[in-house]
Design a protein around this ligand. Sequence first.
Ligand code: FES
Length: 115
Amino acid sequence: MTDPSAESVPVTVVDGHERTELAVEPGRTLRRALLDAGLSPYAAATRRLNCGGRGVCATCGVRIREGPPPDHWHDRLAARFGYPRLSCQVTVDRPMTVELVDKRVWGPRERDGDD
Ligand code: FES
């Protein structure tokens, strides 16, 4: 029998003073992994009003402290200029540490949202 923990990638999520350790199936997007864990990257208004992970609405941003280099055009700009990267454009393929950020334009971030 296969050990499921050997087939997961550790992701540390920092949300204010809280740290959550996730075990994520390799290949999932960071957005999906966060939502599945009840750690929404969205603000209140964008929880329902987002592009569904297509990389066009720029509402799913998180700060990546350790993780993969950017490969989406928005992600490259975000990394270069220091604003949050799109969690929907980050594939979980290695251990990473991400920080959820408070959203100011579209209201406070949903802390218990699932979509
Ligand atoms: S969900 Fe729209 S850019 Fe990520």
